[in-house]
Design a protein around this ligand. Structure first.
Ligand code: ATP
Ligand code: MG
Length: 593
């Protein structure tokens, strides 16, 4: 495990180096150069001191000229050390920010390339989360690399100095330090393994903390008086974690006492040096030099060990980041065709089968239907029957397990996804409430229209979102949501109108609305449907709704039952058929009495 983890670090070095290089090449060069130079300063200083001491201890006959020059030289070196240190602090602070920025940007770019399906995978989720943390929490790794380099340079240069006197010193030093390195490394890896094992529980704790203290949940938590229960569940889980940490740290405490071995080594060399000096084999200057070199190199080696262990400790985090970057969208790269407009043949689902990964339950079980351009299609079905799933498949957020989906006569997989996405206006059932300005909320659908107030106003009007803006104190510049200072929340239906306006802003060839009217008042709903009906005339459109007042106006209604399209036709013909649709419609109509 120790080996594996070390080799992980080495394997991931190119990735980290690449990130640092892209983050700021000059900073990287400067900080490496400074560290290598700084690494030589201690050796230089004690070597000069040795000369000074030897000259002085030779007796009063020694000239003060060379001593003065040597002192000046040593001062120069010490001053250089201080300056280099300051430059390093400066470079490191900048490097940290740049590294965070670069890593965050690359993580965001990569995350947005990944398929929707991957976001649902908890393993991927963990990786993404840990990768995201890398970008901010894990800048430690930069410092660790820096420490390794600096102390490595100090240790090597001082060991070379020692070796000039006797290989025995170096041998004793290494022989007593390496076991310590080994044990420390192993302990640190065990510690890491524990932290990894605890990740799911820690995520659970995070969730409980969020539940007990977030704005979203506060109403229900208060009303159901869940606070005490959440705290007790928290305590129960957290206690277990603390126990494990306690056990592991005790073990570390005991094993850590091996550190004494390396101290013993240092004192062993100490004794050898003093003996040699007593026998007259060493000058006073050399005695000073050796003692300083032994303590200095031992300390530097210790730091090297520490940095190496800490790197190994971070190896798995690094690995997550590397794996995350290595993940490629699984979708086979198709022919990257562009969509020919205007659409001629529309959309066809041909015997489409689908199930979500990690689940055995087939959701779609041979779904077949067609949508002609200009036809207004409504899709109905029970909760969980797979309506939103059909939409996700049609947008290529997932790949079907069997059957095919054709758009304009060409398999969906052959289209360039970016080109396809540009052609789609959509309101998802779980649409996003962007906590940015009202204007941005609409313009996010088509950023090139951000400065086209007319287009924005038209889209807002079609969704009756213009009325919402009129009521806002900040108008179109009002920040929505409560996350940021000055933000204002909207009602459920108001948010829905904003989402609709977003879908309408695009000059889309395909218009898809999943429950667009669920939160709308009856008046708005009917007007929204009018707008939709007009817009759908020149487009390929699909609307999912549980509101039969909306559904009945569609040109054709598809009824999804047991993973198949069970009925298809306009309102009147389906009513005559007297099947599922007729049943549901009558039920809803009768509840209005
Ligand atoms: P509703 O009317 O409630 O919106 P729907 O017809 O849109 O329902 P879908 O969202 O398509 O239903 O879900 C169909 C089934 O697939 C549900 O039973 C649900 O449990 C399952 N399902 C949906 N999303 C996922 C997912 N990401 N992973 C696993 N199963 C899912
Ligand atoms: Mg749905």
């Amino acid at each position: 495990m120790v080996y594996r983890s070390r080799s992980q670090v080495i394997r991931n070095l190119p990735m980290i180096a690449g990130l640092m290089w892209r983050a700021g090449r000059w900073i990287l060069v400067i900080s490496i150069a400074c560290r290598l130079m700084l690494g030589l300063v201690p050796l230089g200083i004690i070597a000069i001191s040795r000369m000074i001491i030897d000259i002085v201890s030779a007796g009063p006959g020694a000239g003060s000229g060379p001593v003065g020059a040597l002192i000046a030289l040593e001062f120069g070196l010490a001053a250089l050390g201080v300056i280099l240190m300051r430059i390093l602090v400066f470079a490191d602070a900048l490097a940290e920010e740049r590294f965070t920025e670069r890593t965050s940007l690359e993580i965001m770019a990569h995350a947005s390339e990944m398929e929707e399906a991957l976001y649902e995978d908890p393993v991927f989720h963990d990786k993404l989360e840990r990768a995201r943390l890398q970008a901010t929490d894990r800048v430690v790794i930069l410092k660790t690399f820096g420490d390794l380099l600096l102390n490595g340079a100090v240790a090597i240069s001082l060991c070379v100095g020692l070796g000039l006197y006797s290989y025995l010193y170096v041998l004793v030093l290494l022989a007593t330090s390496v076991p310590v390195l080994w044990v420390e490394g192993a302990m640190s890896l065990r510690w890491y393994a524990l932290k990894t094992r605890q990740t799911p529980q820690r995520r659970y704790l995070d969730y409980l903390r969020l539940l007990a203290s977030s704005r979203e949940s506060s109403k229900e938590v208060k009303l159901f008086q869940l606070g005490a229960e959440i705290r007790s569940r928290y305590l129960e889980s957290s206690r277990k974690l603390i126990e494990e940490v306690d056990r592991e740290q005790r073990r570390r405490l005991v094993a850590g006492s091996i550190g004494i071995v390396s101290i013993a080594g240092q004192y062993g060399i100490y004794a050898l040096v003093v003996l040699a000096a007593a026998a007259g084999k060493l000058s006073v200057g050399s005695l000073f030099f050796l003692l300083a070199a032994v303590t200095g190199s031992a300390r530097a080696l210790q730091e090297v060990f520490k940095a190496a262990a800490s790197l190994a400790d971070q190896a798995n985090f690094l690995d997550d980041l590397a794996h995350f970057f290595e993940l490629r969208p699984a979708r086979p790269v198709g022919q990257m065709r562009r969509l020919d407009l205007p659409l001629k043949t529309g959309l066809e689902f041909r015997d489409v089968h689908f199930r979500y990964s990690g689940s055995d339950r087939p959701i779609l079980n041979g779904v077949s239907f067609t949508i002609e351009p200009g036809e207004r299609i409504a899709l109905v079905g029970d909760n969980g029957s797979g309506k939103s799933t059909i939409i996700k498949l049609l947008l290529r957020l997932y790949e079907p397990e069997g059957g095919s989906i054709l758009l304009n006569g060409i398999p969906l997989a052959d289209y360039d996804p970016a080109d396809l996405y540009r052609r789609v206006g959509v309101v998802f059932q779980d649409f996003v409430r962007y906590e940015v300005s009202f204007r941005d909320n609409i313009a996010f659908a088509s950023l090139d229209r951000l400065d086209d107030p007319e287009a924005l106003a038209r889209a807002a009007r079609s969704a009756r979102a213009d009325e919402v803006a009129e009521r806002l104190p900040g108008g179109w510049n009002q920040i929505l949501g409560r996350r940021f200072a000055g933000g204002l929340d909207l009602s459920g239906g108001e948010w829905q109108r904003v989402a609709l306006a977003r879908a309408y802003l695009r000059d889309a060839a395909i218009l898809i609305l999943d429950e667009p009217t669920a939160a709308l008042d009856a008046d708005t709903e009917s007007e929204v449907f009018e707008q939709f009906a007009a817009l759908a005339r020149e487009r390929l459109s699909l609307v999912v709704s549980h509101r039969f007042s909306t559904v009945r106006k569609a040109d054709r209604i598809l009824v999804l039952v047991d993973g198949r399209i069970a009925e298809s036709g306009d309102h009147d013909s389906l009513m005559r058929l007297g099947g599922r649709y007729a049943h549901l419609y009558t039920l809803q109509a009768s509840s209005y009495g």
